[in-house]
Design a protein around this ligand. Structure first.
Ligand code: NAD
Ligand code: TDX
Length: 331
């Protein structure tokens, strides 16, 4: 409890969920965030004004800002990244700079400053798509990746860097599946679809909508990170996923949202030609390693979708401020 944590990207979607989760447990946290389009200081204002966290605006590629943020820090949770596949199609350089170079700087500066544990947030996308079965941690080899977009390729390189540092320093890599929940920027599928319906627009499903994503509730990812801070073994990568049975296609996810928002899916879902080049069809992870260590993700997709819809219904001013910018990338 007395340990001090630096959270990079703590004003983004999963970061905000994590910072609230840990603040609720009394942890002492510093947030370092550049506040790109995806970062919202408004997310954290209640915690900042209550003196529960310290906020520093800064870039993870700026060594001096990183050094400042590391003063007195025991643990680092490294979320900061450019996170959207669609944006990486038009600005790949930014993705390599933030995700690879930024991660290298975070790792180097953290261990120069004597950090005792560093958790790097990677992604299921570093393995690429899998038609059947599940990827286990050992399926990702250093320097080798099936990642398809500039986003996922840059995350794969960052994952390699973290694993290499993990040979000599206390680094843990977490590879979660698609997260959802409060504070997710409305460029991403679920908040885009919910906010569209609330505005009277249809859900645009790409292709036939049969792609599979393993939806993991962001508060569950937060609890997983707290668990790894205590129990994770340095030098290891861990997958975390919900492993839904049956699997949830994009079409099913869209139909559930229509049901929760009380609209007819036949009228409110619109199939459009798939705009994403090399669109990964299915992500699926084996989570035996983390379950053997003692972590069981709380999986209740329908209730978690319901909570998420409720949040977007009740926080319309939050996403309305972001909606126009989010939609501009799809024009
Ligand atoms: P997000 O885009 O919502 O938030 C990213 C945050 O990082 C923002 O607050 C942004 O301002 C900050 N940031 C960006 N560049 C920065 C820089 N150079 N310096 C400092 N801060 C910077 O992302 P998210 O969805 O919350 O994802 C967080 C992490 O989890 C990412 O590393 C992402 O790759 C990974 N991840 C996300 C998902 C998902 O479904 N969202 C799934 C698996 C892994
Ligand atoms: O309007 C849409 N229609 C649609 O059919 C949008 C925005 C998306 N989709 C599809 C594409 C994907 O199959 O929905 C699925 C989810 O899309 P995104 O929300 O863009 O997420 P994805 O590309 O799967 O990547 C996410 O999961 C892994 C996160 O954005 C990454 O940060 C994370 O690493």
């Amino acid at each position: 409890m007395s340990k001090k944590i630096l959270v990079t990207g703590g004003a983004g979607f999963i970061g905000t969920n994590f910072v609230y989760y840990m603040a609720g447990k009394g942890y002492d946290q510093v947030v370092l965030d550049k506040l790109t389009y995806a970062g919202g200081k408004d997310n954290l204002d209640p915690l900042i004004s209550a003196g529960k966290i310290r906020f520093q605006q800064g870039d993870i590629c700026d060594k001096n800002a990183v050094k400042d943020s590391l003063s007195g820090i025991d643990y680092v949770i490294h979320f900061a990244a450019e996170s959207h596949n669609t944006r990486s199609e038009t600005d790949p350089e930014l993705f390599y700079r933030t995700n690879v170079e930024g991660t290298r700087i975070m790792l180097e500066e953290s261990f120069s400053a004597g950090v005792k544990k560093f958790i790097h947030i990677s992604t299921d996308e570093v393995y690429g798509s899998i038609a059947d079965g599940y990827f286990a941690e050992g399926d990702k080899k250093l320097g080798d990746s099936q990642a398809t977009s500039a986003y996922s390729k840059s995350k794969s390189q960052a994952d390699d860097l973290a694993m290499e540092f993990g040979r000599n320093y206390p680094v843990i890599v977490l590879r979660p599946t698609n997260n959802f929940g409060p504070w997710q920027y409305p460029e991403k599928a679920l908040p885009r679809w919910i906010s569209n319906i609330l505005l009277g627009s249809k859900i645009p499903l790409w292709g036939e909508g049969l792609q599979v994503r393993d939806w993991l509730y962001a508060p569950v990812t937060s609890s997983c990170l707290e668990f790894l801070l205590e129990k994770g073994e340095a030098g290891n990568a861990y997958n975390v996923a919900a492993n839904h049975e049956p699997e949830i296609t994009n079409k099913t996810a869209a139909e559930w949202l229509c049901g929760l928002l009380e609209v007819d899916p036949d009228k409110w879902i619109e199939y459009i030609p798939d705009p994403r080049p090399n669109h990964d069809f299915r992500y699926a992870l084996n989570i035996e390693k983390i379950t053997k260590l003692g972590f069981r993700p709380l999986v209740d997709p329908f209730a978690q979708f319901r909570e998420t819809v409720k949040w977007y219904r009740e926080n319309q001013s939050w996403w309305k401020k972001r909606k126009e910018e989010a939609e501009s990338i799809y024009k």
